[in-house]
Design a protein around this ligand. Structure first.
Ligand code: SF4
Length: 207
């Protein structure tokens, strides 16, 4: 993984980039930057592990679908996240070329990451960086998505196969529980979002 090349590529694609050695440092930075705002979260393991909801809620209004108790609650909060001042999420994979990839089942994470905010933060650990876009898409489909399915213990072939063999692999299934319904490549900063900042964390995190 070539971090220097990745940062340069992201900057060429008009993203602001900041790197941190630890997720604690990154969380403190975000906590200092985001104040008095309405904040929405996309579904992200990395953001959960950084405990950003607890930190930011003390001095912002924060909507986090993961705080809901059921699917209706999840959808209600997820809708509110679509037009917040600030939106935070992650990506499933990133290429050294600066292109980023997300897979979504419900669509809230991807929808919120494209439009409707003054600022978006993508919080991404460096274990998600691949050399090429093809490899990033492969990672998103065959590593991130099966791990995400595993988190919910879904009755999908990727989970059943992992339990049997320990191998992460997508079977492009037709299960109703499938979480891979849309895939997006972020090719460059979206035009009407004032600033999109990529927070890189030099640790193994998320899916
Ligand atoms: S398409 Fe199906 S098998 Fe493939 S990762 Fe998604 S849920 Fe698993």
């Amino acid at each position: 993984m070539n971090l220097e090349k990745t940062i340069k590529s992201l900057e060429q694609k008009l993203y602001t980039v900041r790197c941190f050695d630890t997720h604690e440092e990154a969380a403190d930075y975000l906590d200092a930057q985001i104040d008095g705002k309405v904040v929405g979260f996309g579904d992200s393991r990395t953001i959960i592990d950084m405990k950003l909801y607890d930190k930011l809620s003390k001095h912002n209004t924060v909507y986090d679908p993961n705080q809901s108790v059921d699917n209706n609650g999840f959808l209600e909060i997820a809708k509110k996240c679509l037009t917040t001042d600030i939106y935070l999420t992650s990506v499933n994979a990133m290429a050294e070329t600066g292109k980023m990839v997300n897979i979504d089942g419900t669509g809230n994470r991807v929808a919120g990451s494209l439009f409707g905010h003054e600022k978006i933060y993508f919080v991404v650990s460096t274990n998600k960086i691949e050399q090429s876009l093809d490899e990033a898409v492969f990672r998103a489909r065959n590593v991130a998505a099966p791990k995400n399915s595993l988190k919910y213990d879904l009755p999908t072939p990727c989970v059943m196969n992992y339990k049997k063999t320990g191998e992460l692999k997508c079977f492009d299934c037709r299960r109703p529980e499938r979480i891979c319904n849309g895939i997006i490549t972020y090719m460059r900063k979206m035009n009407d979002i004032e600033d999109v900042e990529v927070i890189l964390i030099n640790e193994e995190m998320g899916f």
